[in-house]
Write a protein of this length. Structure first.
Lengths: 264, 311
């Protein structure tokens, strides 16, 4: 990998990660660098190891080999709070929880901070506002729509104020307009200096972040490619990865869309 | 919400003030004796036991993310009962109340650890935890029955008087025994309201937010087990308080542990004092074990809860 002219801070460095789950090799020697001010999209078929890689980066998945450093410190040496100060994670599946209000859900993201009730509430409301769902604050979480819940959970992710966000298919449950909004928000955050790793099946969304973006393709636990979003060969690589034919349709403004077709 | 918590506190204060006088008192010195040596300790122990059982129920329901998880369904109560019965069998039960509590805590902690460990290691669905808890309860109860069969007559009689769950007593020994244990148990659980809220949203998520999940689990389950063990050791197993009270409280206060835990503790104390009053007054001249009243109220409530949940 070429060294950028002005290297930005390394939010996470994964070196040759290997992991087994339930007797299956799910990660084989995956190396990845996540930098501040960069959006990294992780693509791959179902079962290719995307969520496991996120698990390895938060220390939830035991590693057979390799090492993860977060902000320069080895992940294995970090306590729970120190880890939470370096990386926040939005799981793929929203929790089923009853009896909590939206703002109480967001407040769980502030666990790592020792702060009073007022400060806690203020920060949680700010995070809800950032995601555009401040009016939901006092609603019961279980009574919200799927899209509303997802946005409350994104607010909880932001409330943790970690420099690295790991996001597992966050656009699920969102309607198209909200998906664009979400990636626009990711773009804002990245331009503010966060690093974001986002698992997605829809690379066309990435343009809406309007931020430096890489796309990493994972197949059977191996990293197949790691390319800038603007790379002209990306369409072909995506096609190989998903086993489909991919045609790039370049629109005005230079944002390509990908049209998928079945292989003959 | 804080105002509603205050109301629960007021309700408890009123029940504590009125319950000793309910049903009238004999005239003269006998009246003083009944009031101070019989009724007052009974009401106070009832409040302490109700408080600790309901609080433990709220903690269990939160930690296992299941409204049907309680010390009774997770094996903790059965473990405490086995421990207490062992104390009777070894002859420590009658003479040494602290030994009795110690044995009960050992049993309660072991049984909770079994259920808690199963919940922590297998990626169990939340409902599976209940099945594990029930299996632990059945296994421990089988041991208890076996122990009863092997025990001698004297120990059996002592244990039988105790096994129904009852509050009548003379003097303040029980109050002095229970108060510090209940306070310690409550302090440990209430101090963990924030990590418990995070745990409600899932263990892995909580861990990524900075919660030391295993430590919280061990401390809260251990703290709850201590309270349950003390209550079971002194009064015998009293059913359904831990199930009924937190679920009723949740309807009014929501599920956030910051409110659910203290509200359950206050409501549980009032509830058991009320139930014991019914037990004392239901059959004039006879005593109904308070466990009969809580079970009679709790069993239909449990059914209603399951029906509501499945709808």
């Amino acid at each position: 990998m070429s060294t950028p002219a002005r290297p930005s801070a390394l939010a996470a460095h994964a070196r040759a990660l290997s992991a087994r789950l339930g007797g299956q090799q799910v990660l084989c020697g995956v190396s990845l660098e996540l930098r501040a001010g960069e959006l990294c999209a992780l693509v791959g078929c179902n079962g290719s190891g995307k969520s496991t890689l996120l698990g390895a980066l938060t220390g939830r998945v035991p590693l057979q080999g390799g090492e993860v450093t977060l902000g320069g410190s080895p992940l294995a040496a970090l306590g729970a709070r120190a880890r939470a100060a370096r990386v926040a994670w939005l799981p793929q599946h929203p929790p089923s929880v009853e009896g909590l209000t939206a703002v109480e859900v967001v407040e769980t993201g502030r666990f790592r901070f020792a702060e009073g009730k007022e400060a806690l509430r203020r920060e949680a409301l700010r995070a809800l506002e950032r995601v555009g769902v401040a009016p939901l604050a006092q609603r019961r979480f279980e009574q919200l729509s799927g899209g509303e819940r997802q946005r409350v959970l994104v607010a909880s992710l932001l409330a943790q104020q970690a420099p690295l966000l790991l996001v597992d298919e966050a656009a699920n449950h969102l309607d198209p307009a909200q998906q664009l909004e979400l990636y626009a928000l990711f773009g804002e955050l990245v331009r503010e200096g966060l690093a974001i790793l986002s698992v997605t099946h829809d690379p066309s969304l990435l343009h809406f972040s309007d931020a430096p973006t890489r796309v990493c393709g994972l197949q059977a636990g191996r990293l197949q490619f790691d390319l800038p979003l603007t790379d002209p060969a990306l369409g072909q690589h995506l096609g190989l990865l998903y086993g489909v034919r991919v045609e790039s349709l370049v629109r005005a403004g230079g944002r390509p869309l990908w049209a998928l077709e079945r292989l003959p | 919400m804080t105002a509603r918590l205050g109301l629960l506190g007021l309700l408890l204060a009123v029940s504590l003030a009125l319950a000793p006088f309910a049903g009238g008192l004999p005239a003269g010195d006998a009246g003083d004796f009944v009031l101070v040596q019989l009724r007052l300790p009974r009401v106070l122990v009832g409040a302490l036991v109700g408080c600790t059982l309901a609080l433990a129920g709220a903690s269990f329901q939160t930690i296992f993310r299941n409204p049907l998880a309680t010390p009774s369904t997770a094996g903790t109560t059965a473990g405490a009962a086995l421990g207490a019965l062992s104390a009777f069998a070894f002859g420590v039960g009658q003479e040494h109340p602290w030994g009795l509590v110690g044995f009960a805590f050992l049993g309660a902690a072991l049984a909770s650890a079994l259920t808690g460990a199963a919940a922590a290691r297998g990626r169990l669905r939340d409902d599976d935890v209940l099945l594990v808890g029930i299996a632990v309860t059945l296994a421990v109860s089988a041991l208890t029955t076996g122990l009863q069969a092997a025990a001698d007559e004297g120990a059996l009689a002592a244990a039988a008087r105790w096994s129904l769950g009852r509050l009548p007593q003379v003097g303040f020994e029980g109050v002095l025994l229970l108060a510090p244990l209940v306070a310690l148990s409550a302090a440990v659980q209430l101090a963990h309201a924030r990590p418990l809220t995070a745990l409600l949203l899932g263990e892995e998520r909580a861990s990524s937010q900075g919660v030391a999940v295993s430590r919280v689990r061990v401390l809260v389950l251990g703290g709850a087990a201590l309270g349950v063990a003390a209550a079971v050791a002194w009064c015998g197993p009293i059913a359904f308080v831990g199930l009924l009270v937190p679920n009723a409280v949740r309807l009014g206060f929501g599920g956030a542990p910051r409110l659910l835990l203290p509200a359950s503790a206050l409501a549980g104390a009032s509830f058991l004092v009320g139930c014991d009053l019914l037990a004392r007054l239901a059959l004039p001249g006879r005593e109904l074990p308070v466990g009969v009243i809580t079970a009679a109220l709790g069993a239909p409530a449990l059914v209603a809860l399951i029906v509501r949940r499945r709808r």
